[in-house]
Design a protein around this ligand. Structure first.
Ligand SMILES: Cc1ncc(C[n+]2csc(CCOP(=O)(O)OP(=O)(O)O)c2C)c(N)n1
Ligand SMILES: [Mg+2]
Length: 515
């Protein structure tokens, strides 16, 4: 769990965007911050009002409650998977703790917050039910209905989200899929969670076109522990329009796609039951060797993977193709890696071309509230959480400049890692959308910033990569780097890829096509 601290007032307001993102993205963290004394001064801010507006839980500590407040904040953050703030009025900050103080206030807060989120201590006994928020939801589906649908499917697809990772049910999901001959996909936040040769890739906007085409052939799609948000549904276009969607997740969450069946259950409760219902020894399940099965028809997924997606690393304007840059990094970075991303147009390619080993190694920051600029700060957290990994941030030049105050901390916190700027000298996401609308985009063009020099100023090794020939600089650097970390080793690279604006990401094209 992340624990952060800021000073009261302006230090606290600097954390508001991050708190809003953590709340929307369901990231557990505790922020310990100062606040004003009971009698506020003219320059004090209404911090509690701001937290109320963001819907973020908070506790205001007193000498008698501070100890239990700290424990409860951490428990609450972990249980609800969201940020919790502990405010300490500065006039009591040097008061001694009073033991055995007033815990009842805090327990009440926990109950209130818990029931507000629809969870309860009897969570494991919760009956299966449908949320009924879409017209297609059936009134009383059971796990047997789900099993019947899967067994009757000709081309079943199972989509596993972060809920599968957090509940530790990936192996059960794989055996369900293997019993019915399914393909697997994962959400962007649950990279490779199901370890299978039949794993097709990331669901939603990060799917390559060949993966998307196969996913659209599925006749039954079982979505587990993923919210089915607009990104995952690719604006409603991810699956075939006549596919039957079955959606199981642990608690109600706004979904962007109607489901034939939508159930709320802890996955660790329902999935073993489903696995037994579709197991080959219990029912005549579809054998994956059966020549009519989808897997048999496909032969293997590798047979469908195009050999080359990017033809040339250099675009017509002489700048680099961003996809080729990420492909190069994918080949060069040590395998044991964690990759964190800022937001922007460039993000459309990162999960597509730069792979990571598993769900704990992919951190996509900012998308829950569509914010940029949090990448460098987040890298500090990734480096702290995964000190053995080669830790990477991929950011745009706009988001990079916005978060620049954190560049020094990010470099200092890394043992081995790279900060990669996909530098198109523009607020690309804005520029592509507004230029299509015929608007003046001059304010969206930004000076080509020299990130390598900035990195060198903070004692990293800086690389400016303008041409395909410059790729050799990176090849040499990574060839000299050991695959595994060495004791006391520090190797931090700041890589500035000068990329072209001529390659437009699918998600922008799809949004524009809809307008
Ligand atoms: C805090 C914040 N300010 C502004 C925006 C609007 N916005 C979204 S993408 C983007 C451009 C990002 O530019 P850059 O980091 O260079 O990435 P690119 O889109 O060029 O790949 C902007 C300004 C936002 N999402 N968040
Ligand atoms: Mg940019």
């Amino acid at each position: 769990m992340a624990i952060a601290t800021t000073t009261c007032g302006a230090g606290f307001t600097n954390a508001l965007t991050t708190l809003a993102e953590a709340k929307a993205a369901r990231i557990p963290l505790v922020l310990v911050t100062g606040t004003h004394p009971a009698a506020a001064r003219p320059f004090d801010l209404n911090q509690s009002g701001m937290l109320d507006a963001l819907g973020v839980c908070y506790l205001t500590a007193s000498p008698s409650s501070a100890l239990s407040d700290a424990h409860i904040a951490a428990e609450l953050a972990a249980f609800l998977r969201e940020p919790v703030v502990v405010q300490i009025p500065f006039d009591i900050q040097d008061s001694p703790l009073i033991d055995g103080g007033d815990t009842p206030k805090n327990i009440h807060l926990m109950e209130t917050a818990t029931s507000a989120h629809g969870a309860s201590s009897a969570q494991h006994q919760r009956p299966l039910h449908n949320d009924g928020d879409t017209a297609l939801d059936t009134p009383s589906a059971t796990v047997e209905d789900v099993a019947r649908l899967l067994l009757g499917a000709r081309r079943p697809l199972i989509v596993a989200g972060r809920g599968v990772h957090l509940s530790g049910t990936a192996d059960i999901v794989r055996s369900i899929g293997d019993s019915v001959g399914a393909l697997f996909m994962h959400s962007a936040m649950a990279r490779h969670v199901v370890d299978s040769p039949w794993e097709l890739g990331t669901v939603g906007g990060f799917a390559h076109s060949w993966q998307h085409e196969l996913a659209r052939q599925a006749d039954v799609v079982l979505v587990l522990g993923a919210s089915l948000n607009a990104f995952q549904c690719r604006g409603g276009n991810m699956f075939g329009h006549d596919a039957t969607i079955v959606h199981i997740l642990d608690e109600p969450h706004p979904a962007s796609l109607p489901a034939s069946i939508r159930m709320f259950s802890d996955l660790e409760d329902i999935l073993p039951v489903l696995r037994d219902l579709v197991a080959p020894d219990r029912l005549p399940a579809r054998d994956s060797r059966d020549s009519s099965s989808w897997r048999a028809q496909l032969g293997s997924l590798d047979a469908h993977r195009p050999e080359r997606i990017v033809e040339s690393a250099t675009c017509a304007d002489g700048r680099l193709d961003p996809r080729a840059c990420l492909q190069l990094l994918d080949q060069l970075l040590p395998q044991r890696r964690s990759v964190c991303t800022d937001g922007g147009h460039f993000l459309g390619w990162v999960p597509k071309f730069l792979d990571v080993p598993g769900p704990a190694n992919q951190v996509i920051v900012g998308t829950a509230i569509q914010s940029i600029g949090m990448g460098l700060g987040s890298l500090v957290g990734v480096a702290a959480a995964r000190p053995e990994d080669y830790c990477v941030l991929v950011a745009g030049d706009g988001g990079g400049m916005m978060g620049l105050a954190d560049l020094g901390s990010a470099i200092a916190s890394l043992n081995r890692g790279a900060i990669v700027f996909m530098n198109d000298a523009a607020y690309g996401a804005e520029l592509h959308q507004y230029s299509q609308a015929g608007l003046d985009t001059s304010s969206m063009v930004i000076e080509d910033c020299d990130f390598a020099a900035l990195g060198e100023a903070f004692s990293a090794t800086g690389f400016t990569i303008r041409t395909e020939e410059d790729f050799a600089l990176l090849r040499d650097y990574f060839a000299a780097l050991s695959a595994e970390p060495q004791p006391g080793e520090r190797a931090v690279a700041v890589i500035d890829f000068k990329i072209s604006r001529s390659v437009v990401a699918d998600f922008v094209k799809e949004v524009l096509a809809k307008k």
